[in-house]
Ligand binder design. Structure first.
Ligand SMILES: Nc1nc2c(ncn2[C@@H]2O[C@H](COP(=O)(O)OP(=O)(O)O)[C@@H](O)[C@H]2O)c(=O)[nH]1
Ligand SMILES: [Mg+2]
Length: 367
């Protein structure tokens, strides 16, 4: 990530996956300089003493964001921002920022904006009610409209987006047909949960290669790049990644952001082999369900265990567990593979497996 913004991460003390929280913050382009575990506290989520401490330690840091890895009530978000003079976002806003980085198509962008407006409207209402918009630097973006007109403007924007989305849906069938073969290279989507190592693998595969320019298929994610694997050229797509417990009101934006997977010729599903068997199992199941949900079936699927340099699990057990789950859940050709993206172990063999599995029509057009 080129522009690294700084953030402090506030995580609820109850069982939250810190690694995932930090991974998400990193994916959104933040470098986390502090993690503060708290117990939810009235009225501002974080206790007054702690807020003061944050303000004293970080108040002068300028461009710093407080990420609360939980659902914040409007009053809480407002309170924290006011008490610390820092920008505050919650878990949902963090996820939406990640979606925005991956959104290629107009539809995905609109879905994300709609989700953002829906999520922030109660916050704006809270601020408008207090008639203090503008006193909070960076809070909720531009604070020019200090009255209800701001709120109304947002409502109108929301209505406009809904109309445009309707239009896009009507035209969708047409767009799909025209998208048939792009650039003549097989497209490989890299999917999986946050922290599985998707971006690490993507970077290895696309090392020193050119991004496919901004004009290249506006429907594709900005995270698409050409890369060479096993001596053959592909377009790789680093997808937004699956996230546990996506709030229901942003689920449509999530699916819209994943749409590039539908147009890929093959899909890599990466999982982190260093996690417990329980987590591996759960994430494989839900990952495969999400793929089915967005309409990926019948495509070549490579289920890839990553981080084998660091795993203390038994590869044979992993292999049979993954094999069982995939054969039960996936309709289409699949293979299992084991790599370390970081140490570049098994990556070339991955290329051979992809090549073997690609349908002839895809392969022919690239020779
Ligand atoms: N030990 C080890 N760590 C890895 C490997 N691949 C990725 N990681 C680490 O896992 C973390 C998440 O990687 P990232 O590529 O950002 O995951 P993403 O969220 O799926 O894109 C980072 O700290 C990586 O350095 C690997 O093969 N072995
Ligand atoms: Mg990533």
């Amino acid at each position: 990530m080129s522009t690294s913004r700084q953030a402090i991460l506030i995580v609820p003390r109850r069982e939250v996956d810190w690694e995932e929280a930090e991974g998400l913050a990193r994916t959104a382009g933040y470098s986390v300089i502090d993690i503060i575990p708290v117990r939810r506290h009235n009225p501002f989520y974080v206790g007054r003493g702690k807020l003061e401490e944050i303000k004293n330690t970080y108040g002068d840091s300028g461009d710093l964001t407080i990420i609360v890895f939980d659902d914040l009530r409007p009053r809480e978000a407002y309170g924290i921002a006011r008490k610390t003079d820092l920008r505050v976002i919650d878990r949902t806003q963090l996820i939406l920022e990640i979606f925005a980085l991956h959104a290629g198509s107009r539809e995905a962008k609109l879905q994300i904006e709609l989700a953002r407006l829906k999520h922030e409207l109660p916050l704006i209402r809270e601020v408008v009610n207090k008639r203090k918009l503008g006193e909070l630097p960076g809070f909720l973006g531009p604070g020019r409209y200090a009255t209800e007109s701001y709120y109304l403007m947002i409502r109108r924007r929301e209505a406009r987006i809904r109309r445009e989305l309707e239009e896009i849906r009507k035209r969708r069938a047409l767009r799909r047909a025209s998208r048939a073969r792009r650039l003549g290279l097989p497209h490989i989507a890299i999917t999986g949960y946050t922290n599985a190592g998707k971006t690490t693998l993507f970077n290895v595969l696309t090392h020193e290669s050119k991004p496919v320019g901004p004009n290249y298929f506006t429907t594709l994610s900005p995270k698409s790049k050409r890369g060479i694997l096993g001596g053959r050229e592909y377009v790789f797509i680093d997808t937004v990644g699956f996230i546990e417990d996506i709030p229901p009101h942003i689920i449509e934006a999530f699916y819209a952001t994943l749409e590039e997977i539908i147009y890929a010729d093959a899909v890599i599903l990466v999982y982190d082999s260093t996690r417990s068997m329980e987590i591996v199992k759960r994430r494989l199941f839900s990952g495969l369900r999400i793929l089915a949900e967005i309409g990926v079936s019948g495509k070549p699927l490579l289920v890839v265990a990553n981080k084998i340099d660091a795993t203390n699990g038994n590869i044979d057990i992993l292999r049979s567990l993954a094999g069982e789950i995939v054969s039960e859940e996936y309709e289409g050709p699949w293979r299992l593979h084991f790599i370390s993206a970081l140490r570049r172990i098994g990556v070339d063999e991955l290329g051979d497996k992809i090549w073997e599995m690609l349908p002839r029509s895809t392969v022919k057009s690239t020779c």
